[in-house]
Design a protein around this ligand. Structure first.
Ligand code: AMP
Ligand code: FE
Ligand code: FE
Ligand code: ZN
Length: 281
């Protein structure tokens, strides 16, 4: 079994890259992809601990993009080798816009009388700081009862202090991944739409924009979802991808390589097919 959707503490997971490699070995996984939000820092560090994991370590990323006015995530898998300077340079710009958003978010929170600084938030993260770390700081300081509550009250699109982030357009992110010889895949497609017909229409357009894969297996998917997303893969000639979306103790109900109560089992042949779609045999 393999797990192609995981996060380390370089984004919003709780495991260090080394801990994740050890956990992957303990779970007897044959391959693991690190797909941190907007950063390769976790993958780069995990690669230095490759000896801890006998399976294959795959370089991935999960980008937040703009699609039809909404934020839509996009996975990239670099099966031909890790991306070069051009892609990493582009990613630096994405990280810069995140840091600027974070500064504006602190100002808005302080403007509403919340006693919080960027250092308070940084203590909850390591590499790239995002809203989950703001949420943890708000809970710690007693401004919300839970992470969900902090998002609802302050951080999500209807929250009191929401600051939009300058996300790359979906089409641009797809092109950048393709230019870096990566395989772009749509994660948790149910977040684009829970309506199957509406989703199909979006996936049709995304495929024309260059999308090459769809995440059929994920902790949030029912058996019917998996079947439907697989049928979309067949219909639009997309590779099937899959993973738990492991975040460590940040999402304790999701187990590495197994999902929620064992609802995610991704066989190695999924990776073999992805390699064919990405131009390798
Ligand atoms: P950011 O990339 O910093 O804007 O933060 C986005 C991340 O916050 C997403 O990837 C989710 O993991 C998390 N998130 C977004 N909305 C919620 C929510 N309502 N409750 C909990 N986590 C959320
Ligand atoms: Fe996340
Ligand atoms: Fe996601
Ligand atoms: Zn994810």
């Amino acid at each position: 079994m393999i797990d192609l959707h995981t996060h380390t503490d370089e984004s919003d997971g709780s495991f260090s890259p080394q801990q994740l490699m050890i956990a992957a070995a303990q779970a007897n996984l044959e391959a693991i992809a690190i797909t941190d939000h907007d950063t390769f820092a976790g993958f780069d560090e995990a690669a230095r601990h490759a000896a801890a994991f006998p399976g294959e370590l795959i370089c991935g990323i999960e980008l937040a993009t703009r699609y039809r006015g909404r934020s839509v995530h996009l996975l990239g898998y670099f099966l031909d080798g890790v991306p070069d300077g051009a892609f990493r340079g582009w990613l630096n710009g994405v990280q810069k816009s995140r840091r600027e958003r974070n500064e504006r978010l602190i100002e808005r929170l302080q403007g509403r009388g919340v006693d919080i600084t960027l250092d308070d938030v940084r203590r909850h993260g390591k590499g790239l700081i995002g809203r989950p770390h703001f949420a943890a700081a708000l809970v710690e300081k007693g401004y919300a009862d839970s992470i969900q509550g902090a998002f609802k009250k302050y951080l999500d699109e209807s929250g009191a202090c929401f600051v939009p982030r300058n996300e790359p357009a979906f089409a641009e992110a797809v092109s950048r991944i393709l230019e870096a010889r990566g395989l772009p895949s749509l994660p948790h497609p149910g977040r684009v739409s829970t309506d199957y017909a509406a989703l199909e229409e979006s996936v049709c357009e995304m495929q024309r924009l260059g999308l090459r894969g769809i995440e059929a297996y994920h902790s949030d998917h029912s058996a019917a979802d998996v079947d439907f997303y697989k049928s979309l893969a067949g219909k639009f000639s997309l590779a099937i991808t899959g993973g738990s979306d492991f975040h460590g103790t940040a999402k304790p109900q999701i187990a590495l390589g197994a999902g929620k109560n064992g609802n995610v089992r991704v066989p190695l042949k999924v990776l073999d097919r992805m390699k064919r779609y990405s131009g390798r045999s």
